[in-house]
Design a binder for this molecule. Structure first.
Ligand SMILES: *Cc1c(COP(=O)(O)O)cnc(C)c1O
Length: 226
């Protein structure tokens, strides 16, 4: 199947899942996760009408997107990988949404740029719902405090994101993320990947992040792949 065919099939599956969901979000957007996909692949998706893309590395995105963004002004780029504080300035210049705010130090670095007059991308707090030590994200019990911390600094926190443990049933993780969002008055929920995005729709996802089901299997990468 081609990239346009895959996109059409996934959009149809999102629609179908929304129709049978009891309480779907008002809208569910597809974020095409294009890490390791070359510029030609991203362009194919753009030509098929896809506009939301996600990347997990700042440097890779810096190479791929400036030209594409110039050609497609409504391309919306999401950072879905961990952000180091020394890359904050590069990231805010390129991404429209940062889905991986996960610690106070990063909030501090973003706030410092905001104080200097920079526009800060929309932010999602990444919650480590499975409390996996090696994984990024704030633990569920610390999420409210981090959200409050970022809000206190007037950062544009819009919602939450999670990556459930690979071997778990994702349902309780999606339910927990939705509960934390409700408790904190947040409306954006980024959850669900190629293997479980329909389940995420059922739990109220506003954004699903799908990579391999659109672009095919990724070449293995030798660093942390989340
Ligand atoms: C790679 C990645 C995805 C997409 O995963 P697939 O299983 O290829 O759909 C989603 N979210 C994040 C954070 C990722 O790094």
């Amino acid at each position: 199947m081609s990239i346009p065919e895959n996109l059409a099939a996934i959009l149809a599956r999102i629609d179908a899942a929304r129709k049978v969901a009891i309480a779907p979000a008002p809208q569910t957007a597809l974020v095409a996760i294009a890490k390791t996909v070359d510029e030609a692949g991203v362009r194919e998706a753009l030509n098929a009408g896809q506009r939301l893309f996600g990347e997990n590395r700042v440097q890779e995105a810096q190479k791929k997107y400036p030209a594409l963004k110039a050609q497609f002004p409504n391309l919306e780029l999401h950072l879905v990988g961990p952000l180091q504080t020394n890359k904050v300035r590069d990231a805010i210049g390129l991404f429209d949404v940062i889905q991986t705010l996960d610690r106070e130090k990063l909030a501090d670095a973003l706030a410092a740029e905001q104080d200097k007059g920079s526009k800060i991308p929309r932010l999602l707090v990444q919650v480590n719902t499975g409390e996996e030590e090696q994984k990024a994200g704030v633990f569920p019990r610390d999420a409210a405090a981090l959200i409050a911390y970022a809000r206190d600094k007037k950062l544009p926190v819009e919602g939450l994101m999670c990556i459930p443990p690979a071997d778990d049933d994702a349902a309780p993780h999606f339910a927990l993320l939705a509960k934390i969002a409700r408790e904190n008055g947040l409306s954006t929920l980024s959850m669900g990947m190629s293997g479980d995005f329909e389940l995420a729709v059922k739990f109220g996802a506003t954004h699903v992040r799908v990579g391999t089901a659109i672009f095919g299997t990724r070449a293995p990468v030798n660093d942390q792949e989340i």
